[in-house]
Design a protein around this ligand. Structure first.
Ligand code: DQA
Length: 137
C-alpha cells in the first residue's frame, strides 16, 4: 500500500504557527510517529507553499499511488486548479484539516476539494492524518 501525505502552504511551520489552533508538534515529528504506527504502509510526505507544485505532485502520484491524504491548507478554500487536479487523477484523495474549519471564519467553510474527495476528516488535530490513513486500510 503506497500512500502519500501532501501538505499545502504554511504547514511547514506546524509547531511554531498559531499553536493554540495547530498544536506544538512539527509535522516531521508527527510523521515519524505515523511511519512507526503504519509500518506496513509505504508512506511518503510532501509539502509545498506553491500551488503549482502541489498540482504537479498530484499528477505525479495520481495514477500510481493507492491513496492521497491532502491538506491543501488555505488553497482548499481558493483553488479551482487543485480541485480540477483531483478530478483529473485516478488515486482517491482524502481531504484533511487539523482544525474544524466549520467552526472558524466563513471563508474556511468552502472547499474546492471536498466534492471530488473520497471523504473529508477535520477537527481532530494532527490525528486527522492518522484517521485518514486508517480510512485507506
Ligand atoms: C487548515 C485549515 C485552513 O483553513 C488553513 O488555511 C490552514 C490549515 C487545517 O489543517 O486546519 O492552513 O487546512
Amino acid at each position: 500500500m503506497k500512500l502519500i501525505i501532501i501538505n499545502g502552504p504554511n504547514l511547514n511551520l506546524l509547531g511554531k504557527r498559531e499553536p493554540t489552533i495547530y498544536g506544538n508538534s512539527s509535522f516531521e515529528a508527527y510523521f515519524e510517529q505515523l511511519q512507526a504506527k503504519f509500518s506496513e504502509v509505504e508512506l511518503t510526505y510532501f509539502q509545498s507553499n506553491i500551488e503549482g507544485e502541489i498540482i504537479n505532485k498530484l499528477h505525479e502520484v495520481g495514477f500510481d499511488f493507492d491513496g492521497i491524504v491532502l491538506n491543501a491548507a488555505a488553497y482548499t478554500h481558493t483553488s479551482v486548479a487543485i480541485g480540477d487536479a483531483i478530478k483529473a487523477i485516478e488515486t482517491p484523495v482524502v481531504e484533511v484539516h487539523i482544525s474544524n474549519t466549520h467552526a472558524r471564519e466563513e471563508f474556511r467553510h468552502k472547499s474546492f476539494i471536498a466534492k471530488n474527495a473520497k471523504g473529508v476528516i477535520l477537527g481532530f488535530g494532527l490525528d486527522s492524518y492518522k484517521l485518514a490513513i486508517q480510512s485507506f486500510l
